[in-house]
Ligand binder design. Structure first.
Ligand SMILES: [Zn+2]
Length: 296
C-alpha cells in the first residue's frame, strides 16, 4: 500500500490527513482536539487506511474520547465508521447518511476493482443530526451544520471550527479532482457554493479530495456547475461533444470520466426528472474503458 496519506497540523488544534492525489476513494479526514475530547471528520475507504488514520489520531489525542462526524455516506469517507464505533466512539451523521451507511459499505464491485477492503462492517448505531449541533470538546466547541439542500448527496454536513476558521466541507469541495454528482443535485450544490458556504467566511477549507485551500478554490466548481447547467438545458444535448469540451475546459482535474455522469445528472434536472443511475454508471464505465481499478 503506498504511503500517500499525509498527516499535518493545520492549526494548533486542528489536524488533517490528506490523501494524494485524491482520486477515486482517496479522501481526506481531519480532527479537532479539545481538552476533554476529539472530533474526527470522516474515515477512509479500507480497514488498513482507517487503521493508519486512527493511529495518527490516537498519537495526538491520547485517551480522550472520540466522536466521529460523517460528512456524507460515500464509502471513502464512511467505510471506517464501524471501526470508530467498535472502539467506543460516537458516530454522528445526517439521517439519510445514517440509513445508507447502516445498509452496508460502499464497495460497488460491478464498478470498482479492489481487493483490500478488509473489515468495513458498518456501525450498528449512528446518532442522527438534522440541526446545527455544537460538540463540546472542552475549551473547543466545533459545530456540525447540516447542508440545507441536496448538494453532493441528500445527507451532507460540514464541520465548522470558528476558533480557527476551519471548515471541513466534505465533498462539497473537490480540489484538483473532478466533482461527482451521481447522488447529488447540481443546482442545489451550486446554490450552496454561491450562498451558504461563503457565509462561514472560513480561513481554511478542508475539501473531501485534494489539499486544504482558501475560499478562492470554490470558484472553479462554481464555474463548472454553471457551465453544466447551461449546456444541458436543452432537449437533446450532444453528450459526447460536451464530454470532450469539459475535458478541454478542466484539463487538470483527475477522474475526468465523471463529467459523463455530471452531464447526465444536470440534464435530468433540467427536465425535472430523476437521473438514470444505471445510464450514469454505464457512462462512467464506458468513458473509463471498463471497471475502475482502485489504487488504495
Ligand atoms: Zn462523496
Amino acid at each position: 500500500m503506498p504511503p500517500r496519506a499525509s498527516v499535518s497540523a493545520l492549526t494548533d488544534s486542528v489536524s488533517v490527513s490528506i490523501q494524494a492525489p485524491g482520486g477515486w476513494y482517496q479522501s481526506n479526514s481531519g480532527w479537532i482536539r479539545g481538552a476533554d475530547g476529539g472530533l474526527l471528520i470522516d474515515t477512509c475507504a479500507t480497514e488498513g487506511l482507517t487503521r493508519r488514520l486512527l493511529a495518527a489520531v490516537d498519537a495526538d489525542l491520547g485517551a480522550r474520547p472520540l466522536t466521529l462526524a460523517l460528512t456524507h455516506a460515500h464509502g471513502d469517507h464512511a467505510n471506517g465508521a464501524g471501526a470508530v464505533r467498535g472502539r467506543g466512539g460516537t458516530v454522528l451523521a445526517r439521517t439519510a447518511t445514517a440509513h445508507e451507511v447502516k445498509a452496508g459499505p460502499h464497495t460497488f464491485p460491478q464498478v470498482f476493482d479492489c481487493s483490500v477492503w478488509g473489515d468495513i462492517d458498518p456501525p450498528a448505531d449512528i446518532t442522527e443530526v438534522e440541526a446545527v449541533q455544537a460538540v463540546d470538546l472542552g475549551g473547543r466547541v466545533p459545530e456540525i451544520h447540516p447542508v440545507p439542500v441536496k448538494a453532493h448527496t441528500a445527507g451532507d454536513l460540514v464541520v465548522w471550527d470558528s476558533a480557527d476558521g476551519v471548515l471541513f466541507t466534505g465533498d462539497l469541495l473537490f480540489v484538483g479532482v473532478c466533482p461527482l454528482a451521481i447522488q447529488g443535485n447540481v443546482r442545489g450544490w451550486l446554490e450552496v457554493l454561491l450562498g451558504w458556504l461563503p457565509a462561514f467566511e472560513a480561513k481554511h477549507l478542508v475539501p473531501g479530495h485534494g489539499p486544504a485551500v482558501d475560499r478562492a478554490a470554490v470558484t472553479p466548481l462554481v464555474d463548472y456547475f454553471q457551465w453544466l447547467i447551461e449546456v444541458t438545458d436543452k432537449p437533446e444535448p450532444d453528450f459526447a461533444a460536451l464530454y470532450a469540451d469539459a475535458r478541454d475546459r478542466w484539463p487538470d482535474w483527475l477522474d475526468s470520466e465523471r463529467h459523463a455522469v455530471n452531464l447526465l445528472v444536470a440534464h435530468a434536472e433540467s427536465r425535472g426528472a430523476e437521473p438514470d443511475l444505471m445510464a450514469a454508471i454505464t457512462a462512467l464505465m464506458t468513458t473509463n474503458g471498463g471497471r475502475i481499478v482502485l489504487d488504495l
